[in-house]
Design a protein around this ligand. Sequence first.
Ligand code: GLN
Ligand code: ZN
Length: 775
Amino acid sequence: MTAATIPPATHTPFTNKLVTHTLGFPRIGQNRALKWALEDHWRGTSDRVALHETARQVRDDSRRWHREAGITRPACGDFTFYDGMADLCLLFGQAPQRFGDRPNDLDSLFALARGQQGEQGSLAPLAMTKWFDTNYHYLVPELDAARPFRLDAGRLLEEIKESLADDPSSKPVLIGPLTFLWLSGGASREERLTRAPELAHAYAALLSEITALGAEWVQLDEPILGLDLPADWLAAFEPVYHRVKTPGLRLMLASYFAPIDGRLSLLAGLPIDGLHVDASSGGELEAIADRLPAFKVLSAGVLDGRSIWRADLAALLDRLEPLHRRLGDRLWLAPSCSLLHLPLDAGEEAEADTALPPALVENLSFARQKLVELQLLARGLAEGRDAIAAEIEAATAARQRLAALPGRRDDARRERLSRSLDREPARRHAYPDRARAQQARLRLPAFPTTTIGSFPQTDEIRSTRRAHRRGEIDTNAYERAMRASIADTIAEQEALGLDVLVHGEPERNDMVEYFGQQLDGFAFTRAGWVQSYGSRCVKPPIIWGDVARARPLTVEWSRYAQSLTDRPVKGMLTGPVTMLSWSFVRDDLSREAVAYQLAAVLREEVADLCAAGIAAIQVDEPAFREGLPLRRAGWDGYLDWAVRAFRFATALAPTDVQIHTHMCYSEFNDIIAAIAALDADVITIETTRSNMKLLDAFAEFEYPNEIGPGVWDIHSPLIPSVAEMVDRLELALDKVPADRLWVNPDCGLKTRGWEEVRAGLRNLVAAAHELRERA
Ligand code: GLN
Ligand code: ZN
């Protein structure tokens, strides 16, 4: 199969009246054009005009693709030079005080996003955090009661004008007022809610200006409807939307990322003209059609805007046909959410000389392909299935070829996996017995010191990896260079006097990609980039087949590192949930089932590391918390399998092998029971910035195993002094018993330089010595 079997992104005759629309489109551009333009601009190697030209090109392309596909109401106003929340922050005059009185222009946006050199030193940028349960990061506005909302919408209005000139039925899309307030910082939740009337007023003023430009519809996104909202926030929707309502303009309210269950009567009664819901996970459309007043539009987000997989057109039409018969042209079709979370164009994979199997490539549907699929569905409804019989047939046949692709499923392996999972996976002995056995083997001092895994990824290391990838040096030369790096790193750690060493991860570019590249069932695209924040993009691997390991993944590196020293060297693995969360995952198996397959591979690796004489193994799970479903009702189900996968991966470690885990984020309160249920012997976490506050959850829960709260924030170039680290450890000692406290940095050291690393670790070891002497 070739590119021809991917729904072609070309014009199809458009005869139906069913409205199709989008909620947003990737804005990083073809070949990540905006990324390069931004970075050139920030470096000062290109001027503002060049940046604007690129941005204009990105928007033009997006409009052209919408038009070619036949989308009736393309989103507009969703373009941004950095982030949409930061844009709104400036649009409403909310630049934090430290930046002074800032107009809504690009300089201000980049200052808020990236920080700035001020007269009294550097001004911190806005904080960044994950957008709901996606891997996109938004900038968190800092509201200030003393700073009223003040409209400065020129930048946005220009863009909307540009789009309307091109296509008068374009639909401006904005983040809604309540979602903006909920996601902002700088004041308590209660305080922010009290500002809802004032903000609604500002939105009303904005919408009048947009109406004056000739827009017929505006969409306001309220994805917080997918969260467990307190009653007062839910109650705010009614008055806020009454105030926002604008004569002459029709309003679409959009919810996504989660079902709206329980909110239907609230939403059906709002003074809006249309309701968009995420229907990608099935259910609810009929119930909404039952309740929605007859003059309102129901926008069915039927194509999963975060799935890279080609749609099953026949199955979707089965679902939509009865609904279309009921609603007629009150039914609109859309992707479930903005297509921002997808790569731009799967066509590039087909054209490229990639190693991806054709049956995989033809089943990829990125942002451009979603537009075509959407329009096909609309035609299938409006003109009848026969009108798109060939496309339905092609989609079905493609999916069948994928299902039959060697590697897609290994029934014997699945059978074995389900049998071994049937027994509750647990280590043979409980933690207290393990701790004794591990102490007898490892002979660690009190307050043992360790690091999180990576050491500086020097230019030399990176260029050696690159040269090997390109075939410029052979595998022997590559391995020699990596071993030399490992030997250096071990020698450095011995000289510093660390207790539990690591090999330093020089062979890894990325903690998921490194494993994925060695595993069956993973594929890597050539150009599947997705914006993470600003100019940063990630290229997540695709898990398309049953995951299996042909040979050990890390054992030789670990064995070599251990051969160089008498001190224990930790094996270093990435956990099942993190591999899952940072990949695009197949849609014919549950996430749970895929997590177990990943865990099974790690289980084999753990057994091999133990057999090779490794006495400590770390299984990193930095994405453990971000896997939590948006609604609490889903938490127990998720935590149950996430914990089970970790335990399954680690249960074969003999009693005297110490299992570590590492998580770098800031909220343990809700999940502390699950963290304890992982039953790792040692957990290292990131605690410096919270000044050890994060340990409260562990203390209250009486967390039973060992903890290494980070005492050095490795994201900052500042090296804490011995005294500062000792202070932090003393705070920790109020919350963690002395015999279970470890001393380590917050996270891996790969982004730091050797000078800093030596200085930081020297202080860290000295801090541990000071505690030991006092004890
Ligand atoms: N072992 C990894 C490292 O040190 C952990 C990275 C992470 O927590 N994100 O780089
Ligand atoms: Zn970390």
